[in-house]
Design a protein around this ligand. Structure first.
Ligand code: SF4
Length: 341
């Protein structure tokens, strides 16, 4: 019986739990030998409930992929990469970092991390950059896909991005609005959290394409809105307009828990459904029906996908999803922003 190591899939924000088991007790062998490929099993966890997508199931195959870099390579004068020892590699890095900083200053060296790092690795990388290298220049790939969501989160809630409620709470949502998200393809284990909304006929998918996620609304499980690409902000404003003009908002909640409501009401006043329909191509009747469905549902929730938050108008697109009424009704976890990754 091999060693079983509980861990998580590093590939996306769902962070599905998995167990890796290697027959000989060694998960990896980076000493030049052929690494043992562990078996992968899904593990029960609130986000994935034992499920994995194909990226997770095949995650361990990477260990034996012939293109995997397992030893230092240094580009030579011939322009080609050549194997070198670890001592040579580390000495070269040290010399070049010091030379660059001596000539151009400490910030001449930057560090770029990645979303696949564990918390511990990300923390250590930050310490390495700021303490060891003495540079303020550290960033990661999430900057490009998350900064607009962060701006929207700050604008709406005064805090940075993040899933503001436990994912399994979606199980009590009577309606879920997915916008710019093809989660059925990008993180399939997430789909099981949509079943309550589907059962209530309240899954709303906004996507110009007939995506795998859009097809989850078939058979009266929800509604698929297909706006013209680039018009999702107008659609959100139209939904907000209906909620406001038909007095479907929770005025007590808005008065007690929010500010700037008057400005929002004023800003959506000119976005009546017929006008929005002319811009988005979504029928005015569908806009009204969607707003009413969201307003009537228990614990409605909204979800933002990368396609939308990565667009040039992303921060503006994300913002209406976040403060827009209706607020929580019977539970405390209604929210208007969480993300694929
Ligand atoms: S959805 Fe797939 S890629 Fe994302 S964490 Fe789960 S197994 Fe990994």
């Amino acid at each position: 019986m091999g060693t079983a190591v509980p861990t998580h899939c590093p590939y996306c924000a769902l962070q599905c739990a998995m167990t890796l088991t290697a027959p000989d007790g060694e998960i990896t062998a980076l000493d030049g030998g052929t690494p043992t490929v562990p078996t992968v099993q899904g593990r029960d966890f609130p986000t994935n409930r034992g499920g994995l997508c194909r990226k997770g199931w095949s995650a361990a195959d990477l260990l034996q992929h012939p293109d995997r870099v397992t030893e230092p390579l240094l580009r030579g004068p011939d322009g080609e990469l050549h194997r070198v020892s670890w001592d040579t590699a580390l000495t070269t890095i040290r010399d070049r970092v010091l030379a660059a900083q001596e000539r151009y200053g400490m910030d001449a060296v930057g560090v770029f991390g990645g979303g696949g790092l564990t918390n511990e690795k990300a923390y250590t990388l930050g310490k390495f950059a700021r303490v060891a290298l003495g540079t303020s220049r550290i960033d990661y790939n999430g900057r490009f896909c998350m900064s607009s969501a962060a701006a929207a989160g700050n604008r709406a809630f005064g805090v940075d991005r993040g899933l503001p409620f436990p994912l399994e709470d979606l199980g009590t949502a009577g309606a879920v609005l997915l916008l710019g998200s093809n989660t059925a393809d990008t993180m399939p284990p997430f789909v099981q959290h949509l079943r309550a909304a589907q059962a209530a006929g309240g899954l709303i998918v906004v996507d110009p394409r007939r995506s795998a996620t859009a097809r989850l609304t078939d058979d009266r499980l929800g509604h698929h809105l297909q706006p013209t690409p680039g018009t999702d902000l107008a659609l959100l404003l139209g939904l907000a307009h209906v909620l406001v003009t038909e007095q479907l908002t929770d005025t007590d909640y808005l008065r007690e828990r929010t500010h700037g409501v008057r400005e929002i009401i004023a800003s959506v006043a000119s976005w009546w459904p017929e006008r929005v329909a002319g811009i988005t191509g979504v029928p005015a009747s569908s806009i009204r029906a969607t707003a009413r469905l969201l307003a009537a549902a228990a614990a409605p929730a909204g979800r933002v996908g990368l396609e939308r938050t990565s667009s040039p108008a992303a921060a503006w697109n994300s913002t209406p999803m976040e403060p827009t009424p209706p607020p929580p009704r019977s539970t405390s976890h209604s929210s208007w922003a969480c993300r694929d990754a």
